[in-house]
Design a binder for this molecule. Structure first.
Ligand code: NI
Ligand code: MN
Length: 226
């Protein structure tokens, strides 16, 4: 599995021959000025919630690539009115079996509103179970106890966890979250995009390692193998 970081909470995950993009927010992100959204290919786009810092580039990328968008029912209804036809609607607690993975939508404690002020439904995270491995994508969320249910039903190999504080968990909470979901490998997200979510990388990585966790803070444009 290959993971490319496009800044904020946006990652492209290559699962076999499928390209799965999470929360595309690139062109308004000053830190991601080197990324041209027209070069991004995707077969699927997964969206955690309706805030603009997660879906600013969704329409453009989905329309150009024809990617199938997987999101909650309210967001999918809204996107279909905008002319996006390849969509899969779901909601918290449900799962859909796709060709690239089994996708389960899980709870996130946050808020959600679409860019025009429409109701965005409940914010979410995802558990992605491929033949090869299983990972958790937290979305924007506070630390919450429902995360403890996850390892009862899944073996999580690694987790994308929001940790920039202010709008989501901080690094300390993210370490507890990784414990709740049962993984030692954290890929950080939702940090450094703006001053109010800046984190100290060295201190954060050290704090994780003191708690026997590996915290990976990818550079924008970087690709890693998991
Ligand atoms: Ni948000
Ligand atoms: Mn956000």
């Amino acid at each position: 599995m290959e993971i490319t970081y496009y800044g904020h909470s946006c990652f492209l995950v290559n699962i076999g021959d499928f390209r799965v993009l999470f929360d595309p927010f690139i062109s308004p992100n000053p830190k991601a000025a080197n990324i041209d959204i027209n070069t991004i290919e995707a077969d699927y786009i997964l969206l955690s919630h309706g805030h603009n810092d997660h879906m600013a580039d969704l329409e453009a990328i989905a329309k150009r690539t024809g990617a199938t968008v997987i999101a909650n029912f309210e967001i999918v209804t809204w996107l279909r009115k905008k002319g996006l036809e390849n969509t899969v609607a779901m909601n918290i607690g449900g799962k859909v079996t796709m060709d690239f993975a089994i996708v389960k939508m899980v709870r996130a404690v946050h808020s959600s509103q679409l860019p025009d002020g429409s109701y965005g439904g409940a914010p979410a995270g995802f558990i992605i179970e491929t033949g090869e491995s299983t990972f958790y994508y937290s979305g924007d969320t506070a630390l919450h106890l429902d995360m403890k249910l996850i390892p009862d039903m899944n073996h999580i190999d690694f987790a994308f966890i929001s940790l920039g504080d202010t709008y989501t968990m901080d690094v300390e909470d993210a370490i507890v979250a990784s414990n709740f979901v049962g993984t030692k490998k954290i890929i950080g997200m939702h940090f450094d995009t703006w001053p109010d979510i800046e984190i100290d990388h060295e201190t954060s990585v050290l704090m994780a390692s003191r708690n026997e966790r590996e915290l990976i803070l990818m550079d924008i444009g970087e690709t890693i193998k998991m």
